[in-house]
Design a protein. Structure first.
Length: 435
């Protein structure tokens, strides 16, 4: 009765009430997608929403509750124990007996221990509750296997910049939002806020609200400038255009700088992306690709370091993980380069696509049944470990591709030794091919 809605945070005031108002997650909620169909046909079962903060997990649960006319109970794993769980479950069981659905939304379900999670299990099985859990952690590791097996996991993704801009424009004009303040803010500022939020709608709306509150009042308008936004984000504006072209330009600059063994340029482009709000995990994925595409077996440790950097980014996030990405980027920039693995796969892919019907040679087929053995499966197979050199001259490619070579090792770094070893193997096989 005494709550002043205007005093609520902007993100709370603008929380969507219907699927039509919901922005993002089109891979789940576009027309014809599974989750949308379940909601529209009122066939909701227990499920878990897994995704980063501020992508709509709680909002989506509330929309589901409104759409299904079920009783909605908001449960926090931070403040609730087994006693509270049992009380809610008993009430839900009574409601079920009277034909009323109960949707129990558990935010941060990964914070519940095993015993607390087990308390849900019998009620989920009986259908007393429809459990919707939300988590930012991998449910495979954080949710009991028995409970997880009874829930459908939906992965929510960080919101795209264009999705966030839509939300921000709605906030500026909506009466529930900032419409009464007659805000004047251009697209560049909205883009800066969206990039700074890094896929988090709550963060974007909070930043917008702060920028508007610190805007200049003039002639009945509230004017928000780039300088105001920069002060609210504590970041200088960096070029990261709406079309996304600069996004690809910068990742290309990083990739090519590492390929050209220029660590200074590579670190600069890395910093440009991170300071503009790029997702560190996106950069880490591209660096991991580079480790095999451009370094490969010239330095096999490159892939280990790239994967370790990705894991570090996942564990601690920005701004701390910037040093881990720098570690990987400098290491790979200074590593010897070889693209032989990428070339090998591309050559093999072409033949694989054009010769899909090539049979596996009988000698390297498995023969688990008597019939297969009678048909010659496995006949002539030579177990390399039975031989002194741990080598045989056995043919493993189809006849049509006999002696075809895809992998051409370079003489860079460690791969020089691999090349020598491969030449020795090929020479030995040629000398013993008639044995």
């Amino acid at each position: 009765m005494f709550t002043n809605e205007a005093e609520q945070p902007l993100a709370s005031r603008l929380r969507p009430q219907t699927l039509k108002e919901f922005v993002g997650q089109t891979h789940l909620l576009a027309k014809g997608k599974v989750l949308r169909n379940l909601i529209e046909t009122d066939k909701i079962g227990s499920m878990i929403f897994w995704g980063p903060p501020g992508v709509g997990k709680t909002t989506l649960a509330r929309i589901i509750a409104n759409s299904t006319n079920a009783r909605f109970i908001d449960f926090s794993a931070v403040t609730s124990g087994i006693k509270e769980i049992k009380q809610v479950m008993e009430q839900a069981e009574k409601n079920r007996q009277f034909g009323e659905k109960t949707i129990l939304f558990v935010d941060e379900i990964h914070r519940f221990n095993r015993a607390q999670q087990d308390a849900f299990l019998p009620f989920v099985e009986k259908g007393s509750i429809i459990l919707i859990g939300a988590t930012t952690e991998n449910p495979s590791f954080e949710v009991n296997g028995a409970l997880l097996s009874r829930c459908k996991v939906f992965v929510l993704q960080a919101l795209k910049t264009e999705d966030l801009v839509v939300l921000l424009k709605r906030a500026v004009t909506s009466k529930q939002g900032l419409g009464d303040l007659n805000v004047r803010i251009d697209d560049e500022c909205l883009e800066l806020i969206a990039n700074f939020a890094n896929g988090d709608a709550r963060s974007a709306l909070s930043t917008l609200e702060m920028a508007v509150l610190n805007g200049e009042s003039r002639d009945g308008e509230t004017i928000v400038t780039v300088e105001t936004v920069e002060q609210c984000t504590s970041k200088k504006s960096l070029l990261y255009d709406k079309s996304g072209e600069e996004h690809y330009n910068l990742i290309s600059a990083l990739h090519k700088s590492m390929r050209n063994s220029d660590p200074d340029a590579a670190v600069y482009w890395l910093a440009r992306m991170l300071e503009a709000g790029e997702d560190p995990l996106y950069i880490a994925r591209r660096v991991t690709r580079f480790a095999s595409e451009d370094v490969g077996l010239a330095d096999p440790r490159g892939l280990e370091i790239a994967v370790a950097a990705y894991q570090a980014c996942h564990f601690i996030g920005m701004p701390e993980c910037s040093v881990h990405l720098t570690h990987a980027v400098v290491y790979l920039a200074m590593a010897p380069k070889s693209n032989s693995l990428d070339v090998a796969y591309m050559l093999a892919r072409r033949d694989a696509a054009e010769m899909l019907a090539e049979p596996v040679p009988l000698n390297i087929r498995n023969a688990p049944t008597k019939l297969m053995k009678e048909l010659g499966y496995g006949k002539g197979y030579k177990y390399a470990h039975d031989y002194e050199e741990h080598l045989t001259a056995m043919q493993c490619l189809p006849d049509s591709l006999k002696d075809k070579q895809y992998y051409f090792p370079s003489e860079e770094g460690v791969e020089a030794r691999i090349k020598t070893r491969l030449e020795e193997i090929k020479k030995w096989k040629k000398e013993h091919k008639d044995e």
